[in-house]
Design a protein around this ligand. Structure first.
Ligand SMILES: [Fe+2]
Length: 351
């Protein structure tokens, strides 16, 4: 349903308040020509209502001939901020950046965060922002799960469809996403509500079966034909087989001509009850980047490709996010998700 400008501005005021914006703060709104004008206006007006010093940094759009389609997650790492130190300085000067352009996975984003500036990504349409307006409870649930995740040394996933996957943990941090950026150097994404880490280098092993009904991003398709089987060893996908969906995925990844696209990237699970597995079917492909799919409660979300956002070595532009339903996720052999239902830790359960 459409959301009015006034309602969206009120929502921004709520999220910026949770993000600790007040009259001592400066807020930079990063935009390009494709940014949602309602979001830019709402971010600016809400910042002003809170007494913050707000300003806009507008950059020309970035394009690359390897990139296909309009999805902002389909070509990552290189952005309009690449080799643009003047704009980077302008963003680092702010306490908080509202990113309506998409810097995710870029080394420049990492540098801005390291300076202490917070970043809040907001690129989904107003309907999604309103429906998944973050709450303090979202943070509490995700952080409760993150506390357990940080203690774990192994991550295992199984499913009736045939997934049997393991990875070692500890080399990379656990990242929580709950929809607001409330600590120095914190990056977050409104809407979200999930958590993830990365396998230790070379440790991802086993089989992941992407079943019929599971989702492929950035394609924004539900697997409909036959399950896709991914065979993984020493941290990389070695074989992709199945039916049409497997062939499509194989061809798409091969198009980048980069062995790093097959690396296993972030792994975690969804904790957002207001995100819907079915929502993607109601949106046109250019409406959104698919945060319902990434965040819905009890999913197992894994990805491929880059790990630059945690200082890893792979700055590869192809990034698949693939949320699965009906999986069981285990930390050190203790279940946190059972067949798609969140069961632990206690603090992450819905009350
Ligand atoms: Fe991802």
């Amino acid at each position: 349903m459409p959301v009015s400008q006034s309602e969206l501005t009120q929502h921004f005021e709520h999220v910026l308040t949770l993000s600790k914006v007040d009259d001592t703060q400066s807020v930079a709104i990063l935009k390009s020509h494709y940014s949602n004008a309602m979001i830019v206006t709402a971010a600016m007006e809400a910042s002003q209502r809170l007494g913050a010093k707000a300003y806009i940094v507008e950059l020309a759009s970035f394009n690359h001939r390897t990139a296909v389609g309009n999805d902002l997650t389909a070509y990552v790492g290189h952005t309009a901020l690449t080799d643009h130190p003047a704009a980077q300085q302008a963003l680092m000067a702010a306490d908080l950046v509202v990113d309506t352009m998409m810097l995710l996975h870029s080394p420049e984003q990492e540098a801005i965060l390291k300076s202490g500036t917070r970043i809040l990504l907001a690129v989904e349409p107003p309907e999604m922002l309103a429906r998944m307006l973050p709450t303090v409870q979202d943070k509490q649930r995700v952080e409760a799960a993150a506390d357990v995740f940080r203690q774990a040394s192994t991550f295992k996933v199984t499913s009736c469809a045939g997934t049997d996957f393991t990875a070692s943990l500890g080399q990379y941090p656990v990242v929580s996403e709950y929809g607001f950026a409330d600590a120095p150097g914190r990056w977050d994404h409104w809407p979200s509500g999930f958590l993830f880490s990365w396998p230790n280098e070379g440790s991802a092993e086993g089989t992941v079966v992407v079943d019929v009904g599971d989702i492929l991003l950035p394609f924004k398709t539900y697997v409909r034909d036959k399950p896709i089987t991914l065979e993984i060893s020493e941290g990389f996908i070695r074989k992709i087989h199945g039916g049409f969906d497997a062939e499509y995925l194989r061809e798409y990844m091969a198009h980048f001509k980069d062995p790093d696209v097959y690396a296993f990237s972030h792994i975690g699970w969804g904790l957002q009850p207001r995100a819907q597995w079915s929502a993607m079917g109601l949106h046109d492909k250019n409406d959104a980047i698919g945060m319902d799919a990434r965040a819905f409660e009890g999913n197992f979300l894994f990805s491929t490709g880059p790990n630059t956002e945690v200082g890893g070595p792979r700055n590869t532009p192809c990034h698949m996010d693939i949320p699965l339903r009906h999986c069981s996720v285990f930390l050190d052999d203790s279940a946190v998700v059972e067949e798609g239902r969140v069961v632990a830790p206690q603090g992450s359960l819905l009350t």
